[in-house]
Design a protein around this ligand. Structure first.
Ligand code: PEP
Length: 255
């Protein structure tokens, strides 16, 4: 399969923004702008409490609903957590796992990222697994090492048959929410490294088919350049996904 036939996936990460009322307005606005644009997959990863509202608005449309985290147990005494089967029943199809904000502020480790990834895949969700280096790691020249290690550990004991439901999002931590973006070439190089890690583990075909997104201050202005790169198959978008017009421009760039 030629890499050019990989479908692009544009996913918004609303983070901790939008009450259910505000979410309804935003998703209605996004839908009015992106409808009919069938050339890529469009996902919105919303706060848990917004899921029912957003799922109702996008039902039967090209927009799919995602969550921003998932617990690794199916049920039990885990106060405050949400399981994959709960998400599924609410209409969720995608889930972000191991976002750097969760690694940084909530004690997420490579091990818990792996557990969450397996739980999501076993439930039939598509896992958007985030990897990326800190600024100090880039400056020390160990970006490839860090990102390769995170990718390998996230995928430990994930069978090849489930890899069609795995997306890896390369998100350099220094570029998230900072307005600093990796250059097209920097982003493409690391996305290519992630693809080769997956190829080495699962074979060339799985590597070729893997969707690798870039995330880190992707916006209406820089999206077209990033999305034109060989190894970048979409974007995970924070700030710009909260503005329907900007998100729509990014979706258009992925057509
Ligand atoms: C993100 O939250 O995954 C992200 C990339 O944020 P931003 O686009 O705001 O940098």
């Amino acid at each position: 399969m030629s890499s050019r036939r990989r479908r692009k996936v544009i996913a918004g990460n609303w983070k901790m923004n939008m009450t259910p009322g505000a979410a309804k307005e935003l998703i209605t606005d996004i839908y009015s702008k992106v409808k009919g644009k069938k050339g890529c997959d469009v996902v919105v990863c919303v706060p848990y409490v917004d899921i029912p509202t957003v799922a109702q608005v996008v039902k039967g449309t090209i927009i799919k609903v995602g969550a921003q985290n998932v617990h690794f147990a199916d049920k039990g005494a885990y106060t405050g957590e949400i399981s994959a089967s709960m998400l599924k029943e609410c209409g969720v199809q995608y889930v972000i796992i191991g976002h750097s904000e969760r690694r940084q502020y909530f004690g997420e480790t490579d091990e818990t990222v792996n557990l969450r990834t397996k739980a999501a895949l076993d439930a039939g969700l598509t896992a958007i697994v985030c990897v990326g280096e800190l600024l100090s790691e880039r400056e020390s020249g160990i970006t490839a090492e860090v990102v390769s290690r995170q990718t390998k550990l996230a995928l430990q004991n994930v069978p090849a048959e489930q890899m069609a439901n795995v997306i890896i999002a390369y998100e350099p931590v220094w570029a998230i929410g900072t307005g600093k973006t990796a250059t097209n070439e920097e982003a493409d190089e690391v996305c290519g490294i992630i693809r080769s890690v997956v190829s080495q583990k699962y074979g060339k075909q799985v590597g070729k088919q893997l969707i690798v997104q870039y995330g880190g201050s992707m916006n209406a202005k820089n999206a077209a350049g990033l999305l034109a790169m060989e190894n970048i198959d979409g974007g995970l978008i924070g700030g710009a996904s909260l503005k329907a017009e900007d998100f729509n421009v990014i979706v258009e760039a992925a057509q």
